[in-house]
Design a protein around this ligand. Structure first.
Ligand SMILES: [Zn+2]
Length: 417
């Protein structure tokens, strides 16, 4: 049984912070399908469209009939553990620093046999296990076997924690605590066991009746001044807490409901860009380096960067046209951030919600995403270690339509949905 994680002791400031050595990350193009599915929390393997054989490792042609028609399909992961072994030596620096490390051989019910990492609660063979795919610290999919049913403190397992971004005992910055969504986020982080939550607050003079009193009453929460439109404000806060933050949740956004013709001038669009795009850029320049430097710093290392984007980042929703454009820009920038953070082992999590139940979506018909469900989707994403999240029914439906045909979706949205 996994022992519950204990709060780490205060670090000796004289000791050098360990540098991150990534696990091996080379993968073939064919194998990338495993990573694509794991990034959204699914375990998929290729299945042959001609004979049905399930493949592992990923390949270009079916191992049974040589057909090239292989399709990635979700797998249950149920299987039989055949053998286990414990590594006490490794030539790879990442594993050498984390020894001993257990591996196993699992025969999946669907056919293939896999070499897997083992969750600590998986005992010796023979036993039934459940295999899942997770992203490792290099951002590539690896397979890990879990016990067949849930066990106590499962998330605290040492092997699993290397693959997830669990907020437990970590220090979190939420960039905007003024909105209901931000306040839900702060509460969810405290509930998930965060050690400290810094709650950003752009206008410290506007406090009364804003719901801030509820969250500041929580002992873990500290209000900090942070105005993403002001480079100096971002620099100052980074100087103060940058070296301690383990998870950044950038939820600050400006949302106006205009297309192009509905309004003259560019003021509203600039305000959106200034927070949604340039705000992210300012934040990433100031907080990024410190986060990267602490990605191997003990059990509560710096681990993740969360961006609140929008499903409108994928395709423009004309009634919210300039907002969509600012989120598309932020999405593009977050892909750059992800590429720059990857070598340090920091995960960039992009969240693409549908309309949130807030002031700016009053005119939208339901279903709308409540601030609490948005916050729990983000916490779940961190715990599961996924990097792309589409919370809510609207986002899921848009995603499906966008994947099917982006051009058709564009035309449908132009015609009013
Ligand atoms: Zn086949």
């Amino acid at each position: 049984m996994t022992m519950p994680l204990m709060k780490p002791r205060r670090k000796n400031p004289i000791l050098r912070t360990r540098q991150m050595n990534l696990p091996p990350w080379g993968r073939s193009r064919a194998a990338m399908g495993l990573t694509v599915a794991a990034a959204e929390g699914r375990f998929e393997l290729q299945a042959c469209q001609d004979c049905g054989a399930v493949q592992y490792p990923p390949r270009e042609a079916c191992h049974a009939c040589l057909s090239p028609r292989l399709k990635w399909q979700p797998q249950s992961g149920a299987g039989q553990l055949l053998a286990t072994t414990t590594l006490h030596h490794s030539n790879d620096l990442f594993f050498r620093e984390r020894l001993p490390w257990r591996l196993g051989l699992v025969h999946l019910d669907q056919g293939p046999t896999l070499m897997v990492h083992l969750h600590g609660d998986v005992g010796d063979q023979p036993q039934r296990v459940r295999v899942g795919a997770r992203l490792d610290r290099a951002g590539r999919a690896v397979v890990i076997a879990f016990p067949e049913s849930e066990t106590l403190n499962m998330a605290d397992d040492k092997t699993l924690r290397e693959m997830t971004c669990d907020p437990k005992f970590r220090k979190v910055l939420v960039t905007d605590a003024m909105t209901p969504a931000g306040q839900s986020m702060v509460r969810a982080m405290v509930k998930a066991g965060a050690d400290i939550v810094w709650a950003g607050h752009a206008e410290p003079w506007k406090r009364h009746g804003s719901g801030l009193d509820d969250i500041t009453a929580l002992p873990q929460v500290t209000l900090v001044p942070l105005d993403l439109t002001n480079a100096r404000s971002v620099t100052e806060l980074a100087g103060e807490i940058g070296g301690k933050v383990d998870i950044v949740v950038n939820n600050a956004e400006v949302h106006r409901t205009f297309g192009i013709a509905a309004r003259r001038g560019t003021d509203a669009a600039r305000a959106e860009m200034d927070i949604n795009y340039f705000g992210l850029l300012r934040l990433a320049q100031e907080f990024g380096p410190a986060l990267k430097g602490r990605s191997a710093d003990g059990t509560t290392n710096a681990t993740a960067w969360v961006n609140l984007l929008s499903i409108y980042a994928l395709a423009n929703f004309p009634p919210h046209g300039t907002f969509s454009a600012s989120k598309a820009a932020a999405h593009s920038l977050s892909q750059c951030l992800r590429a720059e953070m990857r070598p340090a082992g920091i995960r960039v999590v992009n969240v693409f919600p549908g309309p949130i139940d807030d002031d700016w979506n009053q005119g939208m018909p339901p279903p709308k995403l409540t601030p609490d469900s948005l916050a729990s989707a983000i916490v779940k994403a961190l715990r599961d270690g996924v990097e792309d999240v589409y919370p809510g029914d609207v986002a899921q439906e848009w995603l499906e339509r966008w994947r099917e045909n982006p051009k058709v979706l564009e035309r449908e949205l132009a015609a009013g949905g």
